[in-house]
Design a protein around this ligand. Structure first.
Ligand code: CMP
Length: 139
C-alpha cells in the first residue's frame, strides 16, 4: 500500500534564483499539505551522509559539493499516494526530458541543477524526512 507522505528539497539553484515561493505555490496548488518546512544549508559532511545511497555513482562528489553550496528548503508533504504523485509533479530528473508544466520543466536548468528533489519510495521518504526534521517539527 502506498503511503501518504513524501520528502522534498528545493535545491540551491532554485533558491539562488528566488524560485522558492513559486515552487511552493505550485506544490500547494497541486494539493500537497506542508507537514514540515525550513530553510537551511547542508555542510559537505551532511550532504555526503544524505546522498550516501549514491556514493558509488560518478556524480557523487559534484552532487554533494553542489548541494552544500547554498541554501535549501527541505519539506515533508502529505497527499494520497504522495511519492508517486509528487514525482509526477516535479517531472523527469533531467529537465530536458521533463513534461511541460512540471516543476523541473518550469524551473530547472540541467540534470545537476534540477531545482528540486522528490523521494523515490515511501521508505526513503521517511529516512530523508527524519534526516532534517524532528517529530516536534512535523505538524
Ligand atoms: P535527485 O534525484 O534529487 O538526487 C540525486 C541527484 O543526482 C539527481 O537529483 C540529479 O540532480 C543528480 N545527478 C547528476 N547526474 C546524474 C545522473 N547521471 N543520473 C541521475 N542523477 C544525476
Amino acid at each position: 500500500m502506498s503511503g501518504n507522505r513524501t520528502f522534498t528539497m528545493i535545491k540551491p539553484d532554485a533558491s539562488e534564483k528566488n524560485f522558492c515561493g513559486a515552487i511552493l505555490k505550485q506544490i500547494q496548488e497541486a494539493g500537497f499539505k506542508i507537514i514540515a518546512l525550513k530553510q537551511t544549508r547542508m555542510s559537505l559532511k551532511q550532504a555526503n551522509d544524505f546522498y550516501q545511497i549514491h556514493s558509488e555513482r560518478p556524480f557523487y562528489n559534484d552532487l554533494c559539493s553542489f548541494m552544500s553550496s547554498g541554501t535549501i528548503i527541505p519539506a515533508i508533504l502529505e497527499k494520497e499516494n504522495a511519492v508517486e504523485e509528487f514525482r509526477k509533479l516535479i517531472g523527469a530528473t533531467n529537465p530536458a526530458n521533463a513534461e511541460a508544466g512540471t516543476i523541473r520543466k518550469n524551473y530547472a536548468e540541467s540534470i545537476d541543477k534540477n531545482a528540486i528533489h522528490g523521494s523515490d519510495s515511501d521508505e526513503n521518504a521517511k529516512i530523508e524526512g527524519n534526516f532534517f526534521f524532528t517529530e516536534s517539527e512535523k505538524f
